[in-house]
Design a protein around this ligand. Structure first.
Ligand SMILES: Nc1ncnc2c1ncn2[C@@H]1O[C@H](COP(=O)(O)OP(=O)(O)OP(=O)(O)O)[C@@H](O)[C@H]1O
Ligand SMILES: [Mg+2]
Length: 279
């Protein structure tokens, strides 16, 4: 059976600003270089790596928010790399994205009802019982008070605003949820609540989750598998505990060693195994 989402040899080049001249072609910067991964339904694949390693670009390529320079993306066995028009809109329904800053991704002048149901209107989907009923139902599902359906984003806390973003993503029944640093801006206790919510929703809905985070403590809580990125490449992929407890690549070990909030028992396991790995 084909994976839910499969990226193969993804490459993304960006032009370097101001380098093109009459006799000098624009230089290119390769943000993502031959990245491949597989995501299965009901699983969470975490992309980790330092700032600028290409995590967000990879996610945007996989979600078809930007076009690949080369490589392919398959959703449920279908090549979605070059889809356009109505087919691309359908991909956008199936692959939803939750971003880091909830407030900047929520229109401050729209009520929660309008925000949450926007993808349904865009996708021309039915709203049984009307927009209000649908919005209230989704608010309940993400742990928000449905009586706040007429409020504006500024009237919510950061954690609540992120729940609104998750409700909006869930509205269209995605098969894949891409969370790009979706809990990074939140306090640790709020982070834990949102992670629990995501896990619960995943159990109920069975979506695959591409979860991007630089915080490895967060990744350890949610990931099924982990892909480690540096300088645009995936250098290590494996089951979560494999990667955390027996990191194979030098860079992964450095990344793990640099984590300030890692739990003591993981640290002990890492030290126990440190001498055993080859590189
Ligand atoms: N639209 C763009 N134009 C030019 N360069 C870009 C563009 N988007 C990203 N880049 C560059 O590509 C590289 C990878 O960026 P990306 O945002 O994917 O990193 P990241 O791993 O998500 O980092 P962070 O953890 O800081 O979010 C960076 O050097 C970035 O400056
Ligand atoms: Mg990023």
């Amino acid at each position: 059976m084909s994976p839910l989402l499969e990226a193969t040899d993804l490459v993304k080049e960006f032009p370097v600003a101001g380098t093109a001249g009459l006799f000098t072609p624009a230089r290119k910067f390769t943000a993502v270089e031959k990245v491949s991964f597989e995501l299965q339904a009901g699983q969470t694949l975490a992309l980790v790596g330092e700032s600028g390693s290409g995590k967000s670009t990879t996610a945007r390529l996989a979600a078809r928010l930007i076009d690949v320079t080369s490589g392919t993306v398959h959703l449920d066995g279908q090549d979605i790399t070059a889809l356009q028009g109505a087919d691309l809109i359908e991909v956008r329904r199936q692959v939803q994205v939750v971003f880091q800053d909830p407030f900047s991704s929520l229109n401050p002048r729209h009520t929660v009802e309008r925000i949450i149901t926007a993808p349904l209107r865009y996708q021309k989907r039915p709203m049984p019982g009307g927009a209000r009923t649908v919005a209230r139902g989704l608010m309940e599902r993400v742990g928000l008070n449905p009586d706040h359906v007429d409020r504006y984003p500024a009237q919510f806390s950061g954690g609540q605003a992120q729940r609104i973003g998750i409700a909006r993503a869930l509205a269209v029944g995605p098969r894949v949820l891409v969370c790009d640093e979706a809990v990074s801006a939140l306090d640790v206790s709020v982070q834990a609540a949102i992670i629990n919510l995501l896990r619960e929703l995943q159990r109920e809905e069975g979506f695959g989750c591409l979860f991007i985070a630089h915080d490895l403590a967060v990744v350890r809580q949610i990931a099924t598998r982990v892909a480690v990125m540096t300088a645009g490449r995936v250098v290590e992929t494996g089951e979560r505990d494999e990667v955390f407890d027996r990191p194979q690549h030098e860079y992964t070990r450095k990344l793990l060693a640099a984590v300030p909030r890692i739990r003591p028992e993981w640290e002990a396991a890492r030290r126990r195994n440190a001498g055993k790995v080859n590189v």
